[in-house]
Design a protein around this ligand. Structure first.
Ligand code: ADP
Length: 505
């Protein structure tokens, strides 16, 4: 399908705290951007909600701002790709489009008890079929909670009056004027309901959770025309042609198309995804997930999440006042050559992959009279790098070979952190020219579906490094430091249990 030179692709990047719209040209360059935040709702400790109408309003406003900032009209957009905060769960009335409850956000822990039961009885079944370790994080238990707790909802659902969607499905349903109820395999693979081998909803798992199939969106590949925007919204009928979860989109936006290619996004937390090709390889400590599906061909990824990474630097700034600005961490940490035996384990909310200990708590160990602010700053950066290294080590146990790591996210701008990461991993770290990898991944999916871009090799050839960090530490030193790091982690494990037993938590 030929395209005029003056048309563009728009990515809708619906995140946890804001909705963005990013317009890309063919090279690709960012030519327009809109971003609107929306409120976080905390009804009880550990519960997190969003209003779906707030998300919708923020997304529409972001689209309008992006068009305005690029001086474009909706007719200039050849296709829209969607990417989103994953797992967040919305149920709405099929006839009126009204949400029946707030969106239950991925961070929300209200389903902890449902999940404990699932894990005990069916942990292996879920892991084998969905690639996931049952956790409150995922959508299935959130749907069950809504059906169990919203008055009359289960009966309405059984009458076929209710629809479920992660945010991608909800946005696409509304953008198409209620005509299209779909999701893509990458988002579906975060629900605990999707069989990642057969690429379909798993009826046994639906039964275990008591979820009627009529709620569910139709799962689709990540790159195809799903439908068109309702002309009443923007005065144009734009194809919606790409859809994938945010971390998978970042992997795609990094052009990590071959087995063993990996990306790490360093934000509040870190998310490391490794392309494992067309077979869903199993890992003891990491999640297996659908990365994307183009045509008939699904690509899988191993995923490890670190709950606190960049947030540790924010903590040093905001809670300890160690630095006044985030960029100062690099300046301060550069004043020393190493952390001189100081290790910082930022387990503020427990530890994710590969430790999976919700009772771990943060520690700084190895302090002496000679310890300075700079050593602590350096230990914080090193911790981010060690946690990433732990995930790569787990991935290697599955036999996957990783040759380099592509990076993005706010903290990836820190050159010292990236050099430390290269040294500790013994791998080349590459930061791309375009750091908007999540939006770019969604744009590529949409662009491929409408022929705006033609092939993965074309996209690969457009990917450009901005800076490369070569490893320079010798293996002996690297292994020694990593061993000591693991000793520090050991000392942080189960600490909340110790406090609890002593009546201190
Ligand atoms: P998110 O999308 O999770 O909000 P971002 O990708 O915007 O995250 O990155 C923000 C995170 O990056 C914050 O936690 C912040 O502390 C960290 N960060 C930002 N700049 C730096 C820096 N120069 N060095 C280290 N960490 C940084």
């Amino acid at each position: 399908m030929p395209h005029e030179n003056n048309c563009y692709i728009m990515a809708l990047d619906e995140g946890t705290t804001s909705a963005r719209a990013v317009i890309f040209s063919r090279e690709p360059s960012v030519v327009g951007l809109g971003q609107h935040g929306f409120p976080q709702i905390y009804p009880r400790p550990g519960w997190v909600e969003h209003s779906p109408d707030d998300i919708w309003a923020a997304q529409l406003a972001a689209i309008k701002d992006a068009l305005k900032s690029a001086h474009l009209s909706p007719e200039d957009i050849a296709a829209i790709g969607v990417t989103n905060q994953r797992e967040t769960t919305i149920l709405w009335d099929k006839a009126t489009g009204k949400p029946v409850y707030n969106a239950i956000v991925w961070q929300c822990r209200r389903t902890a008890e449902i999940v404990d039961d699932l894990k005990r009885e069916y942990g292996d079944v879920f892991k084998d079929r969905t690639g996931l370790i049952p956790d409150s994080y995922f959508s299935g238990p959130k749907i069950k909670w809504l059906l169990d707790n919203v008055a009359g909802l289960r009966e309405r659902a059984l009458r076929g009056e209710i629809l479920f969607g992660t945010v991608d499905s909800f946005l696409i349903w509304r953008l198409t004027g209620g005509r299209v109820h779909i999701t893509d395999y990458s988002n579906a693979s975060r629900t605990l309901l999707f069989n990642i081998h057969k690429l379909c909803w798993d009826y046994d798992l639906l039964d275990i959770l008591g979820i009627p199939e009529s709620l569910l969106p139709e799962p689709k590949p990540s790159s195809q025309i799903y439908g068109y925007t309702d002309p009443e919204l923007f005065g144009a009928s734009i194809p919606i042609a790409g859809n994938l979860g945010d971390q998978q989109a970042a992997l795609f936006g990094q052009a990590a198309f071959d087995e063993g290619m990996a990306k790490c996004t360093y934000g509040t937390g870190s998310f490391l995804l490794i392309n494992i090709g067309g077979c869903p390889r199993k890992s003891r400590d990491l999640l297996t997930t659908v990365a994307w599906c183009i045509g008939e061909k699904a690509t899988y990824a191993l995923e490890g999440s670190i709950f606190i990474s960049g947030a540790a630097i924010q903590w040093l700034k905001e809670s300890l006042g160690l630095i006044n600005d985030l960029f100062e961490i690099e300046v301060l940490a550069s004043t020393v050559k190493g952390s001189e035996g100081v290790f910082f384990v930022p387990a503020f909310v427990g530890l994710g992959a590969p430790y999976w200990d919700q009772y771990a708590r943060g520690l700084i160990i190895g302090l002496t009279r000679g310890t300075s602010r700079a050593h602590i700053a350096r230990a914080a950066l090193e911790a981010i790098a060690y946690l990433t290294c732990d995930i790569i080590e787990s991935a290697k146990e599955t036999g996957v070979k990783i040759s380099e790591l592509r990076v993005d996210g706010g903290a990836s701008k820190n050159n010292l952190l990236m050099q430390i990461q290269a040294d500790i991993l013994g791998l080349r770290i590459i930061r791309p020219r375009i750091l908007e990898t999540t939006s770019l991944g969604a744009a590529y999916m949409a662009g491929l579906a409408v022929g705006y871009w033609n092939s993965l090799s074309e996209i690969s050839s457009m990917w450009m490094a901005e800076k490369i960090f070569e490893p320079s530490m010798d293996r002996y030193d690297r292994d020694k430091l990593h061993r000591v790091w693991k000793e520090a982690v050991k000392r942080s494990l189960s600490w909340a249990k110790v406090l609890k037993e002593a009546g201190l938590e």
